[in-house]
Write a protein that binds this ligand. Structure first.
Ligand code: FMN
Length: 443
């Protein structure tokens, strides 16, 4: 009898410990996610791309088993003080994960579980392409930074569409609706994110082999992606700012950009769904002269694009090493690799660009509204509808809640992270949200 009681006690103790271990390990607040996992990944995988694949595969497997890290803090999951209004939808918070982390849309739900309201998958090209030869991702650990020249490795738009459709099918079956009914909003969720208060952004780009001087061929690449992917997206992001596809950034000049964005907006409006996906364009931090930015703003307003993602990796290397920081020769070599640099040193540049884009976009929107009013008045029509303010998402060097608040105060609606997440681990977004809440209550 005593032996049986002991066995039951022992079994219960083990089961209880396992349950506590499960609760701890799957909570984004657990310190192992910040202090153990990222350095361990760096130690096990000297090539940063291997670490990237290991991280996404682990998240996918854990998600499938129900053992993935998730935001368990009930005060953060849906805190009204963090909510923001974007494209007429109330989002649960103003944090996003930017493109490149989930290039093939394999883990959008595992990423949403980490707490952001926006997840951007991609960049995706119309046809599969391998990207640049490896090695093509380099860590600069002393700066919490990274250089990458992936070159938009993609499985192609059809493969991504199949994956997103399968995700939709599973969701529709679970709620007892058809796919079309879910897409038309009858499940009470956004058609891309498949969740209330969240948005799935799908980023599209051109194939490397498409002639970089032929804007109509380039527009056809983007339109192909829209046709394949628009049904599954809340937001389509037009990438014209990756530094690793020859000629891509030249598309930011006003004429080609207007042609390209108009083609994407027209195609997105044909999406077979009640609500159409919004369109944003992701612009480079290196095109930062007033004339270049004004050209972009002009193209945005002329084409009817809904917003701008301000920032990406940079080709420049000036000003990225703070005073007093000494890099090892390996880190110096990594920093000088060909490709785009990302890391906390980009923050001030992102903040400046967001403020300037905010002013320019608002001025141009007002100007366009004035012109529309005049036309309406002379033709005797009713007053033209007030145009919506263009939305800004910001990306580049954002790593904590205080920075996210400053970016939002400068005029962005969403602060996005990538490199900060790879160094800070899967609890980064929860930590940032906590810091934002604290800063708001401290005021
Ligand atoms: C390894 C890596 C891959 C990336 N891939 C893409 C991509 O496919 N498309 C894109 O627009 N940006 C891509 N980015 C840029 C990020 O989305 C982000 O805009 C940039 O890194 C700046 O933000 P951060 O300082 O938070 O990293 C990539 C960045 C890194 C580090």
């Amino acid at each position: 009898m005593a032996a049986r009681a002991k066995t039951i006690l022992f079994g219960s103790a083990i089961a209880g410990s396992l349950y506590l271990a499960y609760l701890y390990a799957t909570d984004t607040r657990a310190s192992v996610h910040r202090w153990l996992v990222p350095p361990l990944l760096r130690a096990i995988f000297p090539d940063a791309e291997d670490a990237h694949h290991a991280g996404t595969t682990a998240l996918k497997t854990l998600y499938d088993l129900g053992l993935h890290p998730r935001e368990r803090d009930p005060t953060l999951v849906s805190d009204p003080s963090l909510a923001v209004e974007v494209f007429g939808t109330t989002l649960s918070n103003p944090i996003g994960i930017s493109a490149g982390l989930d290039k093939h849309a394999e883990i959008p739900d595992a990423l949403f579980a980490l707490g952001p309201a926006v997840v951007e998958v991609g960049g995706c090209t119309p046809f599969p392409q391998e990207g640049n030869p490896r090695p093509r991702v380099f860590r600069v650990v002393g700066l919490d930074g990274m250089v990458n020249r992936y070159g938009l490795n993609s499985e192609g738009a059809d493969a991504m569409a199949r994956r997103l459709r399968e995700r939709l099918r599973i969701f529709a079956r679970a709620v007892g609706l058809s796919e079309s009914e879910v897409l038309d909003g009858q499940a009470g969720v956004n058609p891309g994110s498949l969740a209330p208060g969240k948005l799935l952004a799908v980023q599209i780009a051109k194939n490397k082999r498409t002639d970089e001087r032929d804007v109509y061929a380039i527009a056809a690449d983007y339109v192909y992606c829209v046709r394949a992917l628009a049904r599954y997206a809340d937001v389509l992001v037009v990438n014209v700012s990756s530094p690793n596809t020859p000629g891509l950034r030249d598309l930011q000049a006003v004429e080609p950009l207007t042609t390209l964005l108009t083609a994407v907006v027209d195609e997105a409006r044909k999406t077979d769904r009640n609500t159409k996906p919004r369109v944003m364009v992701k612009v480079s931090p290196d095109e930062d002269e007033d004339t270049q930015m004004e050209g972009i703003v002009q193209a945005v307003c002329a084409s009817g694009v809904d917003g701008v993602i301000v920032g990406n990796t940079t080709r420049r290397r000036t000003g990225v090493i703070p005073d007093g920081v000494k890099l090892t020769s390996r880190e110096q070599q990594a920093l000088m690799e060909e490709g785009g640099y990302s890391g906390p040193a980009m923050f001030d540049r992102t903040l400046d660009l967001v403020g300037r884009y905010r002013k320019m976009l608002d001025a141009q929107t007002l100007h366009s509204a004035g012109e529309a009013d005049e036309t309406a008045a002379t033709s005797g029509e009713e007053r033209a509808r007030d145009p919506e303010q263009k939305v800004i998402f910001a990306t580049g060097g954002i790593t904590n809640g205080e920075q996210a608040l400053r970016i939002l105060n400068a005029g962005a609606s969403i602060a996005m992270v990538y490199t900060g997440l790879t160094y800070g681990g899967s609890g980064t977004i929860t930590r940032m949200k906590g810091e934002m809440k604290k800063a708001q209550t401290d005021v």
